[in-house]
Write a protein that binds this ligand. Structure first.
Ligand SMILES: Cc1ncc(C[n+]2csc(CCOP(=O)(O)OP(=O)(O)O)c2C)c(N)n1
Ligand SMILES: [Mg+2]
Length: 374
């Protein structure tokens, strides 16, 4: 028997509004209205300001650490535009703030989170979102699980999860993908391929030409798109959402993008990145690209932009004031957020945390154990 082909595949790349301003009318028609494009541009601008302020907060000792989203805003807003706030879920990592705000998360929650306040993770009831996930890759499993629950409940809600290129080198990622595709859950895996996992370039942490092809192993529809193009991102997300709502299971989206800032405020990317590479990506900045599009449509100009920059600063100043104005949490509160009912070990730790017998049985330290919920 001659050898036969067991499997072949191609992966499409979608780009609609390129960096030179060319627009693909065939794919892009009716995708994002002018009103929506203005809204997305405003949201991206506010997020960029939030990044600037957060950076300063960290540098002046008012915040622990912060990962700027700078450069990746289009992937966040383009995908979130296809979701229904209050119904669909977002299971985030930490570089898609704009999507979280579109889903209804009050902006100061993100600041609280990075200020080390647990209340930043106590997502309001009406917002369908899990807390930010700094452990790389662990949250994608939650996205598959939540989507399975939505499927069992027979809703048409979908679950979008965001993660970096580095996260796809983690075992958890593959388990989440396998579960989602086998159980046909309405999960949308949104990869923000920014080429770097802190100081490790993509070429050194995987041998795959594309991240999108990893989904082929799980029999999952997969696509690559220009992640700095709100139109391309919306286009591929619409298709994924449609499949998920129709009960056709998960999809994978690779957004090609770039983080223009350091990995976090604890990093100095100049030590490992070629300035020419950064320069090239500065020219592909999603904010500049969207602004030029709006100007070409004659619905934007320099004056409006100046006003928007001012408005964005005012919004962010207010958000910072809200976050900093909240009464400091009680130390005991670290025991409150994890479980609905405390387990014995937690009660023991809480009851003894101010003693030199931390974690010991309270009855042996002369303390009375408490029974109320922590
Ligand atoms: C399980 C786990 N391992 C290691 C780390 C340390 N770490 C923090 S960010 C990061 C790189 C993540 O890269 P990527 O997934 O590409 O996301 P990006 O930061 O580029 O958005 C690593 C290794 C971590 N937070 N969690
Ligand atoms: Mg990365």
């Amino acid at each position: 028997m001659p050898k036969q082909t067991a499997y072949t595949a191609t992966i499409e790349y979608v780009s609609i509004l390129d960096e030179k301003g060319n627009f693909d009318d065939k794919l892009g028609k009716g995708l994002i209205t002018d009103e929506q494009a203005l809204d997305l541009y405003e949201r991206m601008t506010v997020c960029r300001q939030l990044d600037e302020f957060a950076f300063k907060l960290q540098r002046s000792g008012r915040m622990g650490t912060y990962p700027q989203n700078k450069g990746q805003e289009a992937a966040a807003v383009g995908t979130a535009l296809a979701l229904r706030p209050g119904q669909d879920w977002v299971v985030p990592s930490y570089r898609e703030n704009a999507a979280l705000f579109m889903m209804g998360l009050p902006m100061h929650y993100v600041l609280l989170y990075w200020m080390g306040d647990e209340r930043g993770s106590q997502i309001p009831e009406n917002v369908k979102m899990t807390p930010l996930s700094v452990p790389i890759g662990t949250h994608m499993l939650h996205a598959s699980g939540i989507a399975y629950a939505e499927k069992v409940r027979k809703t048409d809600n979908v679950v979008a999860t965001y993660f970096g290129d580095g996260a796809t080198s983690e075992g958890d990622f593959h388990e989440a993908m396998n579960f989602a595709s086998t159980m046909k859950t309405p999960t949308i895996f949104i990869n923000q391929n920014n080429s770097w996992a802190i100081s490790v370039p993509r070429s050194k942490q995987m041998n795959s030409e594309t991240v999108a092809q990893k989904a082929l192993a799980y029999g999952m529809p997969t696509v690559r798109c220009d992640g700095n193009d709100i139109f391309a991102v919306k286009y591929v997300m619409d298709e994924a959402v449609k499949r998920a709502r129709a009960g056709e299971g998960p999809s994978f989206i690779e957004c090609i993008t770039y983080r223009l800032g350091d990995h976090t405020t604890a990093d100095d990317a100049r030590r490992y990145r070629d300035p020419k590479e950064v320069e090239a990506w500065l020219n592909r900045d999603p904010l500049i690209r969207t602004r030029k599009y709006l100007e070409a449509r004659k619905i934007w100009d320099a004056d409006k932009d100046e006003q928007l920059q001012e408005r964005a600063k005012t919004i962010v100043k207010e958000v910072v004031a809200t976050a900093e104005g909240i009464e400091k949490p009680e130390v005991d509160s670290i025991f409150n957020a994890m479980y609905a009912e405390p387990h014995a070990e937690l009660v023991r730790q809480r009851d003894t945390m101010r003693t030199s017998s931390l974690g010991k049985d309270p009855s042996q330290t002369g303390l009375k154990s408490t029974t109320q919920n922590v």
